[in-house]
Every structure is written in C-alpha cells, then in structure tokens.
Design a protein around this ligand. Structure first.
Ligand code: SAM
Length: 224
C-alpha cells in the first residue's frame, strides 16, 4: 500500500526527529502541557490493565503512559528506527517492542488488551489502512476494551497525504464512524480539535484545519 510505503520512508529517517519527537509538541509548549491539557482528560480513565500504544514514534507519549500503574505497556510502530530508539530510552519498562507491517497487529494475541491508543500518527494514515487496523484492533481488544484514536478530518486533499496540510490524509469523522460500525464497535464519542502544528516544515496551518478524536468500545456481549 502506497500510504504505508510513504509513511515508512518519511518517518524511518533520523532527520525527522531533530528533538527526538518533542518538537511535535510545539503547539502546546511542552509534551507535559500537551498531556495535561489534551490527553489526560480524555484517556486518563483508561490507563489501567494491558495497554498497547500504536505508532509510538520515539516515545513522546509512551513516556507519559509509563507514569501510570499499568499491568503492561506494549508499543508498535512501522519504523524500526523509532522502535530502536524507544528500546534505548525505555529498556525493560516496555513489555513488547514491535516493528509492525503498517496495517496489522499480528504480533498480538486476540482479546489481550484493555486499551489501545494512538496520538498524532493516524492523522497521516489513509482509509484503507485504518480499515485494516480497526479490524485488528477489534480482534486484539478484550471484550469490554476501549480504543482511542487521533485521526485526520480532511476532505478534498491529495491522495498522497504528504502533499496536504500537515501531512493529513483524506479521512474524516464520518469515514471513521462507518468503519467503526463495520467492525461492530460501539462509537462512544467523536470530537474535532483545531490543529496548529508549529513545525516549520509544514508552515502555519490554516485555522480551519481540524483533526478527529474518536473513542470506540468493544462491547462485552453481542445481542442475538
Ligand atoms: C508524528 S509521528 C508521532 C509519533 C508519536 N505517536 C508521538 O505522538 O510522538 C508519526 C508516527 O506514525 C508512525 N506511522 C505512520 N504510519 C504508520 C502505520 N501505518 N503503522 C504504524 N505506524 C505508523 C510513523 O512511523 C511515526 O513514528
């Protein structure tokens, strides 16, 4: 899939990580501010049990997840460069480090995770790949588990996400809703956040640029 290849060539490259990933927190000042203002209020209540962070990059968010009393934290990324760097930073604190193929969770057993999350990564991933991941996320979540994803909310852009503002893919909250239904998730909430990425490579984003935050739940019982 072209989207996986282009994400791999973009991110598996030291030049993208000039401050080891902390540069992506520019809009918030620091990663701790990002955590306290945006992430903790939304996902703090799910940080227990067995957790998987998808597309972890160099572990900007992983570091914060490790502050919680989790039973286990696994991380996966498409980029071996990123996973190697996370291994250097976090050592034995992480249960499993996985370099994935970009669309599946084949390293993980079915019904093994309480919570799966990804921040600032699915915004670059297209519909076909998100479709494949949601199928896998449904398999890997325990019944009763939750998943929270930060994804793009853009229409009419280029098929190549790296030609769009801030590398956003042509994906939106309505497409997410359709895929969530396809895989029998319970869609708990969706919201839009304004995005002002300060990375000079992508310039000053327009005021209209929004991203989606979607929370889904794998129900414990399917009604017959
Ligand atoms: C902007 S970085 C964000 C990293 C991290 N989530 C953070 O917030 O610092 C985007 C990450 O998404 C990863 N990525 C992109 N496409 C992916 C895919 N299809 N599967 C897994 N990881 C992917 C990249 O390798 C990169 O590490």
């Amino acid at each position: 899939m072209d989207n996986i290849k282009s994400n791999h060539s973009f991110w598996n490259n030291n030049e993208r990580w000039i401050e080891d990933g902390e540069e992506w927190s520019g809009q918030f000042g620091t990663t701790d501010n990002l955590w306290n203002s945006l992430l903790h209020p939304r996902i703090g209540g799910f940080l227990k049990g067995d957790v998987l962070e998808l597309a972890c990059g160099r572990g900007r968010i992983t570091r914060k997840l490790l502050e919680y009393n989790l039973n286990s934290l696994d991380i996966q990324d498409l980029s071996s460069n990123c996973i190697n760097r996370c291994r250097e930073k976090f050592g034995n604190s992480i249960n499993n480090y996985v370099v994935g193929n970009g669309s599946s969770l084949e390293e993980f057993e079915s019904e093994s995770k309480d919570f799966i999350l990804s921040f600032d990564s699915f915004v670059h991933i297209n519909e076909e790949v998100i479709d494949s991941y949601l199928n896998e996320i449904y398999r890997v979540l325990k019944p009763g588990g939750y998943c929270w994803l930060h994804h793009a909310h853009l229409s009419g852009g280029s098929v190549d996400n790296f030609n769009n503002w801030a590398g956003r893919s042509n994906f939106d909250i309505w497409k997410f809703r359709t895929l969530a239904n396809k895989y029998n998730f319970n869609l708990i909430s969706q919201e839009l956040i304004n995005w002002k990425d300060s990375n000079p490579e992508w310039g000053n984003n327009p005021d209209w640029l929004s991203d989606g935050l979607s929370l889904i739940h794998k129900t414990k019982y399917i009604n017959c």
